[in-house]
Design a protein around this ligand. Structure first.
Ligand SMILES: O=P(O)(O)OC[C@H]1O[C@H](OP(=O)(O)O)[C@H](O)[C@@H]1O
Ligand SMILES: O=c1cc[nH]c(=O)[nH]1
Length: 503
């Protein structure tokens, strides 16, 4: 059928096309059917929504579709019902635990990017990877397919450095310090991040508090060629576009299947033309990798994948047994990161980790002698040069370089938990901390999160504050309080942990 485009002010987070009920009956279309819209060389797939918002002879297009495809009001398109894509068969193959061929992986990724696969099919693909995994051939094919279905950056500077965390540990604002330290040393580091996957704040969510993170590749190229660095969202526009689509399913399920994680991270690095990549694997209870042995195995996979892509990869296995620093949630983390850059000091875990990772990159990039990288990184941080570079990044990305930590608004609905007894902090439960911050509204509500006053090993007295929950609404705050009461996020014990007798 032919129909005239009607642009609707609807943002559903999905590729939806709106069809009048009578028109749908005539064309035998049903809710959620997949249809193809064709106009000249333009082709777009979307799911049918039956709606009175459009008249007979019209086809409604939501703002989601318009973000990537230009249609004009009244433009005539052909609407063609579409059958189940071939890639669904390959997803079922993975569900059955079978190995996928390169061409099958390429087809799945192309169909994700073209929106031929709907959310339910994409979630099934992600779940099949969580359960059945991928081998290195499949991971390499997936990485290249994810990168090559989008644009690639070609920066006129060498060497190109990069850093990426596998995430999972709450409060991990570390790379917001690492990037300006490395760039202040004269190296080039075009950093892309994803938004939160399992945590309460991805690096892109935190940076977005003080600067824009969505740029075209041309804009990124201009910024990086001018100041040597950027901190942008990988999901913006057309950089490894399948990544952000699969991440939506991962976030909903709070999972990050290992093979997909490798491909997600390395496809972004490949698309940015990064030559020297440092991967951070936080390791500890309640994060993605719990033991050093598992971290070593994953490190080998990153290094092997890097070799196949022509990239030199090093891995830092870092301590992830409790949150990094004292804040969790986008705005609170932005305040803490900015404060550390401005003053050159901050919580030990944040400064140690940031200077440690930056030091490795300075050595990899050849600006620090072996063994001297961390010292150099600390000097750059303490001298204010990293803060100066951060100001440049904020300014080039459209933010206010004069912003101060206290200018950043945080959720004003608060509740503080206190120590029920005196003793020592023997554990902080990463998953519970993330769960509370997410229940409070993070990462979508930027001001939501947690301020943590204690760390493992510290002594507390009964009644001392342990942490404050921040939320932007009373309803979210109540949810987070209920979650926190159930979860016991902070364990306090005396020095005698257990008494056992008469065994
Ligand atoms: O912790 P979760 O949400 O699972 O992982 C996602 C986070 O980890 C990575 O961090 P970075 O950009 O290397 O700093 C991603 O880019 C993202 O910000
Ligand atoms: O960018 C990232 C980081 C962690 N896990 C992913 O899948 N992607």
């Amino acid at each position: 059928m032919k129909a005239k485009v009607r642009i609707l002010d609807v943002h559903s987070g999905r590729y939806s096309v709106f069809i009048n009920e009578k028109e749908a009956m005539k064309a035998k279309l049903h809710p959620d059917d997949l249809v193809k819209l064709e106009a000249g060389k333009k082709t777009v797939y979307g799911s049918v929504v039956i709606s009175g918002l459009v008249k007979e002879g019209e086809i409604g297009i939501s703002r989601d579709v318009l973000q990537l495809h230009s249609f004009s009001e009244g433009e005539v398109v052909t609407v063609i019902p579409s059958s189940t894509p071939e890639s669904v068969r390959y997803i079922k193959k993975k569900m059955n635990g079978e190995k996928l061929r390169k061409v099958e992986i390429e087809t799945i990724i192309k169909d994700i990017v073209d929106r031929k696969l709907r959310d339910i099919e994409i979630s099934s693909f992600v779940t099949s990877l969580e359960i059945n995994g991928l081998d290195m051939d499949e991971i390499a094919a997936l990485t290249i397919a994810m990168a090559e279905t989008g644009d690639m950056l070609d920066i006129d500077r060498k060497p190109i450095m990069d850093v990426h965390s596998i995430g999972g540990v709450p409060g991990n604002k570390t790379n917001i310090l690492v990037v300006p330290i490395v760039a202040a040393a004269g190296l080039t580091i075009p950093k892309t991040s994803s938004r939160a996957i399992t945590s309460a704040a991805g690096t892109a969510d935190v940076v977005e508090v003080f600067a824009d993170v969505s740029f075209s590749l041309d804009e990124i190229k201009r910024i990086v060629e001018k100041i040597g660095a950027c901190m942008v969202w990988g999901g913006a526009l057309n950089l490894a576009p399948a990544d952000d689509i699969t991440i939506k399913s991962e976030r909903a399920l709070s999972i990050d299947p290992t093979g997909l994680m490798l491909a997600s991270i390395m496809s972004k690095k490949y698309a940015m033309g990064s030559q020297y990549v440092l991967i951070d694997i936080p390791t500890g209870k309640g994060v993605k990798v719990e033991s050093v042995d598992q971290a070593r195995a994953l490190a080998r996979d990153f290094i092997e994948l890097g070799k196949r892509l022509g990239q030199y990869v090093e891995v830092a296995i870092t301590y992830g047994g409790q949150p990094i620093g004292h804040t969790v949630g986008p705005a609170l983390e932005a305040r803490e990161a900015l404060q550390a850059l401005m003053t050159g000091t901050g919580p030990g875990s944040l400064i140690e980790k940031a200077t440690g990772l930056a030091g490795v990159l300075l050595e990899m990039g050849g600006v620090a002698p072996a063994g001297m990288g961390k010292k150099m990184a600390r000097e750059i941080l303490e001298s204010g040069k990293a803060y100066q570079k951060m100001r440049e990044i904020i300014e080039e990305q459209g933010g206010n370089p004069d912003i101060k930590p206290e200018d950043i608004p945080i959720g004003d609905k608060t509740y503080t938990f206190t120590a029920p007894t005196s003793g020592y902090i023997t554990a902080i439960d990463n998953k519970a901390i993330t769960g509370i911050a997410r229940a409070a509204g993070a990462p979508e509500d930027k001001g939501a999160g947690i301020e943590l006053y204690v760390k493992v090993g510290e002594k507390v007295k009964e009644g001392d504050p342990l942490f404050t929950i921040h939320a932007e609404s009373e309803a979210r705050l109540d949810q987070a309080i209920v979650f926190a009461r159930r979860a016991e996020p902070i364990r306090i014990e005396g020095m005698v942990l257990q008494r056992i007798g008469n065994i």
